[in-house]
Design a binder for this molecule. Structure first.
Ligand SMILES: [Zn+2]
Length: 381
């Protein structure tokens, strides 16, 4: 069947640990568009109107209190980072599996977790910002490697809002002319696009992104890159491949993680104390309840005013609960600690740069306290 081939090429599961791709080919547009308008008419959807996103979800799902604000803010941050204005109105549907139309069920069974097209995205997750990036950036004709790379560069990974450092030495070129996302290596694509955004900012990237139409051969990609960036792709790749040892000298722009959208916690004395009440009804909790299981997170930010060593301590009201804490800077340079905190590592000092940092707390039905404490410098002499 003609559409089946389009479907098959239209998405794939990403590498292990990454969200699946949500790419659609032009041939899929008709199918997806029909699906989405059909889904939008389903009467059992609960709808919440945000400022930027019309958020809806299946009646069997419970959306948490912070979802709509998070999605609205994510659209605005994506616009700022890319220097574009999103089309409107944007719509996001969090679907229970039983509400996936028949035409998509086969793909969902094989790992499809969401799609975005035009003004509308759906996902099996309550707040999949990756899909919103596709909607804001538009450009369905962009090379799949760069289309998915952009969404990964901005939204990070499921278990970590950043890509963890600058990067890898693997050559991205063999993957760049992937004709569909089934061939895209998400990790490499996300890292290379992030590298481009950090060094050159959004303007040349968006010019390049909207140049040309499929098929995207390496010859066309090289030519378009040179037109947009005024330098050769191969030179850029050479620098990317040694970026692990690069200093901040060539970084001129920031890629701000969506976790940085959380409220700012004020410092008291020499410490910041975050009390996260990990409940779906809590104001900033982003996530949802499906099949009586709560999933999601809460974001906070702290403004580190004096660079230096800090302790981070994690405590839970329920000793059975093992929270996952993502921590990192909301800026690229200078370098600052980024990673996950193990509660057992509370006596390990972390070197933090001055500036805004995010704390993303994952834990359920418990309260979690995170304390960040500046280590007083020792008097000299
Ligand atoms: Zn995608």
């Amino acid at each position: 069947m003609k559409h089946e081939r389009a479907d098959r090429e239209g998405w794939r599961r990403g590498p292990e640990g990454l969200p699946p791709t949500r790419r659609w080919t032009p041939a899929l547009t008709v199918v997806a568009g029909a699906f989405l308008s059909q889904a939008a008419c389903l009467p059992q959807f609960e709808q919440i109107e945000g400022e930027r996103v019309l958020y809806e979800h299946s009646a069997s799902l419970q959306a948490c209190a912070g979802n709509v604000d998070h999605m609205d803010a994510a659209v605005a941050l994506t616009e700022t980072m890319l220097g574009v204005r999103a089309p409107a109105p944007l719509r996001y549907s969090w679907l229970a599996k039983e509400d996936i139309p028949r035409s998509r069920r086969k793909w969902v069974a094989q790992g499809l977790e969401g799609e975005g097209l035009g003004l509308h995205a759906w996902a099996l997750a309550p707040a999949e910002v990756h899909e919103l990036v596709h909607l804001v950036a538009q450009g369905d004709n962009a090379p799949p490697f760069f289309l998915e790379g952009l969404a990964v560069a901005l939204s990070g990974f499921d278990d970590n809002p950043t890509l963890g450092g600058l990067l890898g030495d693997s050559d991205p070129r063999p993957n760049m002319a992937a004709s569909s996302t089934i061939e895209v290596d998400y990790l490499t694509a996300g890292r290379f696009v992030k590298f481009l955004l950090l060094r050159h900012g959004p303007n040349p990237f968006m010019r390049f992104y909207h140049m040309g139409y499929p098929p995207h051969t390496m010859r066309k990609i090289r030519a378009n890159f040179a037109r947009a960036y005024g330098r050769s792709l191969d030179d850029e790749v050479d620098e990317y491949r040694v970026s692990q040892t690069a200093s901040c000298d060539s970084i001129r722009h920031d890629v701000v993680p969506f976790a940085c959208l959380g409220p700012v916690v004020a410092r008291e004395g020499n410490a910041w104390t975050i009390d996260a009440d990990m409940d779906c009804d809590s104001t900033h909790f982003v996530g949802g309840v499906a099949h009586e299981r709560l999933e999601g997170w809460m974001d906070y930010t702290v403004n580190i005013d004096v660079p230096g060593r800090h302790y981070v301590q994690v405590e839970t009201a329920d000793s059975e609960v093992e929270p996952e804490i993502n921590f990192g800077p909301c800026f690229a340079c200078p370098e600052s600690f980024s990673g996950n905190f193990d509660p057992d590592d509370s006596q390990v000092p972390r070197q933090l740069a001055a500036g805004l940092h995010y704390i993303r707390v994952h834990a359920f039905d418990s309260s979690v306290r995170v304390t960040i404490r500046r280590i007083a410098s020792q008097p000299q002499g």
